[in-house]
Write a protein that binds this ligand. Structure first.
Ligand code: ADE
Length: 251
């Protein structure tokens, strides 16, 4: 897979590309990351990439010409073009899985007050990483690239995806490592037992408990298994937090 990033600040990606799992994925040829400086495409003799907004108002708006010329330069028939914007659809794990199937993703990063809206017509989608506003799309593009690259074949162990938050519609279960007793805080006994079935049950129950407590919205349309319903009943009987919309499931 290839990821092309159109940005005014390519130097921001140095740490991202050259560190840890992403650096290894690049070295192994699982992904190629190309950063293209939008400023290299300006026709303005002062290299301006932005101008004041029509209709007045604060801030500067990135102009069509350098952005769209940069896009035309890198775009191929198989490119999927994403524009980072707080007004886009919210990125999630399902989007990451979808992008991980693509051959070429181009991510355009806006900066300043935003981009000329006519640029929107030339992209496949506007994508946001959450309901807050960053100074530019660069960090957001790294978030998306990271989430996608780790899903590519061979980048991390295949099985480690399966138990992750969101992959099975639940938040993940808690992890522990040595020592088994840290200043009196003990690792749950079952994890030391070597009993695989009990460990599986414990982890599923804890995933369910975490999701109920922290993200009950994820459970709204879930088809619960019999085993999960049994755990839900136990939570309710123990007086643990239980959202009212799930009461019908344990009746
Ligand atoms: N640019 C500024 N804020 C952003 C956000 N939340 N998501 C994506 N791009 C952005």
């Amino acid at each position: 897979m290839k990821i092309t990033i159109l940005t005014l600040f390519p130097e921001m990606y140095d740490g991202f590309i050259n560190t840890s799992i992403i650096a290894r994925a690049v070295k192994q040829g699982k992904v190629e990351i190309e950063c293209v400086n939008i400023r290299d495409f300006t026709l303005d003799k002062h290299n301006h990439v932005d101008d004041t907004p029509f209709g007045g108002g604060r801030g500067m708006v990135m102009m069509c010409q350098p952005v769209l010329d940069a896009l035309a330069h890198v775009r191929k028939a198989n490119s999927h073009v994403i524009l980072m914007a707080p007004s886009g659809k919210t990125f999630n794990q399902a989007c990451a899985r979808n992008y991980a199937q693509k051959e070429h993703i181009i991510i355009i990063c806006g900066h300043y007050e935003g981009l000329d809206a006519r640029i929107y017509d030339e992209v496949d989608e506007l994508v946001s990483i959450g309901d807050y506003v960053l100074t530019g799309g660069e960090l957001a593009s790294m978030v998306i690239s990271d989430a996608v690259i780790r899903l590519l074949d061979g980048v991390i162990e295949e099985e480690s995806h399966l138990d992750e938050s969101f992959e099975n519609g639940l938040l993940e279960y808690p992890h522990y490592t040595k020592p088994a007793d840290y200043k009196g805080k003990k690792v749950p006994e079952v994890l030391l037992s070597g009993h695989h079935e009990n460990i599986r049950k414990f982890r599923l129950k804890e995933s369910l408990r975490n999701t109920l407590k922290i993200r009950p919205d994820l459970l709204e349309n879930r088809e619960f298994t019999k085993e999960e319903i049994k755990f839900l009943r136990e939570f309710a009987e123990n007086g643990e937090f239980f959202p009212s919309n799930l009461v019908k499931i344990i009746k």
